[in-house]
Every structure is written in C-alpha cells, then in structure tokens.
Design a protein around this ligand. Structure first.
Ligand SMILES: *Cc1c(COP(=O)(O)O)cnc(C)c1O
Length: 476
C-alpha cells in the first residue's frame, strides 16, 4: 500500500467505524430513553410479580441494526420479565440484594469514563477509591491497617482468593494435600468446597463439625476432632466459620473458633458474605472474634443492597496473598514497586477489570451510612414479624434466627415433605412473592431470606396472604 492508498482506505473505513462514537444529540436522546425505562421499571416494582416462569424468546445476534427503544422493549420482555425479579421488594428467596439507584448511576459513569483500576500507575484515583472501600471494611471488622483486600465479582471469587492465601501460607502442595485437613460446617456455603477444588485441593480431607440446635459449629467438637487428627499424624490447616449461613442465618461462635484455630495454628477464615454487614446493627455481639480471622469475605451486593457483581475479601497476611497473585511482566514495567499493595491486580486473579470502587463508594457518600444501617435493622425485625404471622397460620418455624434468614413448614399430618414441596410449587406458580426451599435436618422446608432493601411490612403482609392462599390449594 502506498501512502495515498492508506489515506483513502482510512477515509472509507472511518465512515462506518465512527458510528461507534455516538454524537452528543444522540447521547442525550439515548440517556433520556434509558432514564424513562429505568423510572418505569422502578415505579412498577410493587405491582409486578417477583417470579415469572415465562420462556425466553430469540436473543440471537446478527448484523442488523435496531433502534434503542426496541431493544429496551426486548430487554424488558426477555430479561426483566423472566425468572426472579431481583430488584423487587418481594424477592424473599436465596439471598436477595436489590440494587440501590445511586450504584446504577455509578456503573454508568464508570462505563463512560472507563478507568483502568487494576494498576495504581494506570489510575491512581480508581485504585485509591477501591482501597478506601477496603479500608472502610477493615475498620468495620477491626482488621489491622496492614491487612490487604480487594473488590471482586462476589463471594465465590473472594473465597477463592482467601483460600488460596491459606493454602500458600501453609504450603499445602504435592504429597501434603491428601494428609491436610479442612474443617467445615454442614451449613457452609458450597462456594467453599468449590474453591478448594479449583485451587487444587480437591483431595484434602474435609471434616464436617457437628452443629448445635441453632445450626452453629460446636467449637468443643471442633477442638476434639482436630486433636484426633493431629494424633493421627494428619495436617489440620484451615477452619471455615460462617457469619450468617445461607440456609439458616446462623452465626458460628467466632471467638471460640478463633481460640481453637489459634491453639492449633490453623488458618481461620470467616465467610461473612451474607451476614457481615449486620455487625453494624444491634446484633454486633454475635460477631465477637471476627477481628481474629486470618481472612474474611463479605458481599456488598447482598448486605449493602448494591447491584450484583461486587464482593470483597480481606486478608491479614499480605505475603500469603501476593504469593499467588503478584506477577510481573515486561509490559508492566512502568509501574513502581512501592505501589505493589495499592494495585488491586496484585491481590486478585483479575488484571483488566470492572472498576467496582465507585458503585460502593458513591452510594455510601451520597446516602450516608445511616440509611443502610436502618435497612439492615429493619430486615431483622421483618423476620420476626414474618415468623409471628406464619405461626398464627399454624406453620412451624425453625429456631429463632441469628440474622434475617429463617425457614418454616406446614405440619401436614401425612406426607409432610411431599405436601410442603407441593406448597412450594404453588407458591412458585403464584409468583407474586418469591420464596425458595431447602432441606434442613432431613426435612423439606421453605426459606425466607429478608434482605432486599425495598422489602417492607406491606411486602410481608402480601407474602403471608399469598402463602395462606397457596396452603388452601394444597389442603383441598
Ligand atoms: C452468597 C454467598 C456466598 C457466595 O457468594 P456469591 O457472591 O454468590 O459468589 C458465599 N457464602 C455465603 C454465606 C453466601 O451467602
């Protein structure tokens, strides 16, 4: 190609390639359309069902162009109106979240400005903002300033980072794997076992510690089992406690477990993905000992009501985290060593990544912290209210929960499990409020998980009415 040909080709291509850089008038119109859509969606939340069993239509991609308003309609029908409406106040299944509005705007701004938050050198402000969020979390859980942490997609990736640090600190590799022991609760979230598999520890020995009637680890039993394993020449190295179990909302006795872990020199990991932020409420005492953890995970996309896609991990031993995650390369040489711990990429598997700092930082600064705390406190009381109302209807409820997850079942005189399962099916068919089920102590139960920030007393009243309606159908 001669220079004229190059210039000619560039001019030709620019006609089409420029289309990606939307002009100002079009941007204004597009933002307007999205704003109208978002407002309608949010204003309508109370009126629409929390669960829809609609089939998903054609979403395939071709080379045709469609106007934005048409694509928004398609999004509404195929995505927003299928499955669980996780923005709804009436989502009371699994672990709800919500998605506070200021966080949505933060994501919009992040996507427009697109800072590279993996490396301090590339965007010192973005890295600093993420680190300030981590600092705030360290203060909440009384972790030392020297602890490190990062924001990532959620609890599962946070667990992966924490357990990798535990593995590296204890140098669990090669022939040591099959004689190394991990101590878990039956109620541990499955992301823990999944992380062990991913990080090459599939073949460690896993001991499940007996639980008390509130589904909490019995620390005395933990100690006995560790002693037995030590006597047998095995290598106990990790204990995982949960601050807010997914199924039962229980907080393990963290301080007692910390004692046992310290005595036997185990890595003490706390999964506070769901429950962690309740440390800021009247339930603070339940969290005593969490500050003694070697690592901790917490999900702002649960207990801070942020949109899905933000979890956090804190680890005290920075070297243990750097061991697997810090890596340098020729093309990274412009960064500086003193920025090592300020760059999220050195503490996580991610390099180029979503800048998640703003979606946490902006809502906390915009609303202030108090409304978040009120919301959490409110959820604790809503569970009590829900349990009281179910009791009035003749349901049996599980033990008084530590936090905002509980469960219930109806004492049908025959085929109890089968009929409760049928009740669950009726509730899903109705769909106005969404609840999920589990099996606890061998019994089929229906769970209530109250954590969506929009859930209020009226929501629970609607849920109780719906459950009564579905119960009648099963009893017919
Ligand atoms: C939700 C949850 C996880 C997993 O977190 P994700 O954000 O879904 O990846 C881990 N532990 C507990 C206790 C949870 O509730």
């Amino acid at each position: 190609m001669n220079i004229e040909a190059i210039i000619g080709e560039l001019e030709k291509l620019a006609i089409s390639s420029r289309e990606l850089d939307t002009g100002e008038a079009d941007r204004t119109e597009m933002i307007h359309q999205v704003a109208v859509y978002a407002n309608q969606f949010i204003s309508g939340l109370n009126k629409v069902n929390a669960f829809r069993q609609n089939a998903v239509g054609d979403l395939s991609i071709n080379n045709d162009k469609y106007p934005l308003h048409q694509l928004l309609l398609q999004y509404q029908k195929e995505v927003a109106e299928t499955g669980i409406n996780a923005a709804s106040p009436k989502h009371l299944g699994y672990i709800p979240g919500g998605g506070v509005f200021a966080a949505a705007l933060a994501d919009f701004i992040v996507a427009v400005t697109n800072p590279f938050s993996g490396a301090y050198f590339a965007s010192p402000g973005a890295a600093a903002m993420e680190n300030e969020v981590v600092n705030w979390l360290k203060r909440i859980f009384s972790f030392p300033d020297s602890a490190v942490g990062c924001l990532n997609s959620g609890g599962s990736v946070s667990t992966l980072i924490a357990l990798t640090a535990a593995r590296d600190k204890h140098q669990i590799k090669n022939d040591q794997i099959t004689s190394s022991v991990v101590y878990l609760s039956e109620q541990v979230h499955h992301s823990t076992q999944k992380a062990l598999r991913i990080i090459g520890l599939e073949d460690v020995i896993i001991r499940y510690i007996p639980l008390d009637s509130q589904h909490r680890i019995i620390s005395k039993k933990l100690n006995e089992i560790i002693e037995k394993d030590e006597a047998a020449g095995l290598r106990p190295f990790l204990v995982v406690a949960t601050a807010g179990t997914t199924d039962t909302g229980a907080v393990d006795p963290l301080n007692d477990i910390a004692d046992v872990a310290a005595q036997h020199k185990l890595w003490f990991h706390v999964d506070a993905a769901y429950g962690g932020f309740f440390i800021l409420t009247s339930k603070k005492n339940l969290f005593k000992g969490i500050e003694r953890a070697d690592s901790l995970i917490i999900d702002p996309h649960k207990g801070l009501f942020l949109p899905y896609g933000v979890g956090a991990v804190l680890v005290k031993d920075s070297d243990a985290v750097l061991h697997s995650h810090y890596y340098t390369a020729n093309y990274m040489q412009d960064g500086h060593n003193e920025e090592l711990l300020k760059s999220p990429a050195n503490l996580s598997p991610e390099l180029t990544k979503h800048f998640r700092g703003l979606r946490v930082w902006l809502p906390l600064k915009f609303y202030g912290i108090t409304p978040f705390l009120s919301c959490l406190e409110e959820k604790l009381i809503l569970v009590k209210y829900f349990r009281y109302k179910l009791d009035e209807l003749g349901f049996y409820t599980g033990p008084e929960p530590d936090l905002s997850v509980s469960y219930f079942w109806y004492p049908f005189p025959t085929d109890t499990d089968r009929q409760n399962r049928q009740l669950m099916d009726e509730i899903h068919k109705d769909g106005s409020v969404f609840l999920s089920s589990s099996v606890i102590d061998g019994r089929f139960v229906i769970r209530m998980a109250i954590l969506a920030f929009r859930t209020k007393k009226e929501t629970i009243d609607e849920a109780v009415e719906m459950i009564a309606r579905c119960l009648k159908k099963v009893q017919q």
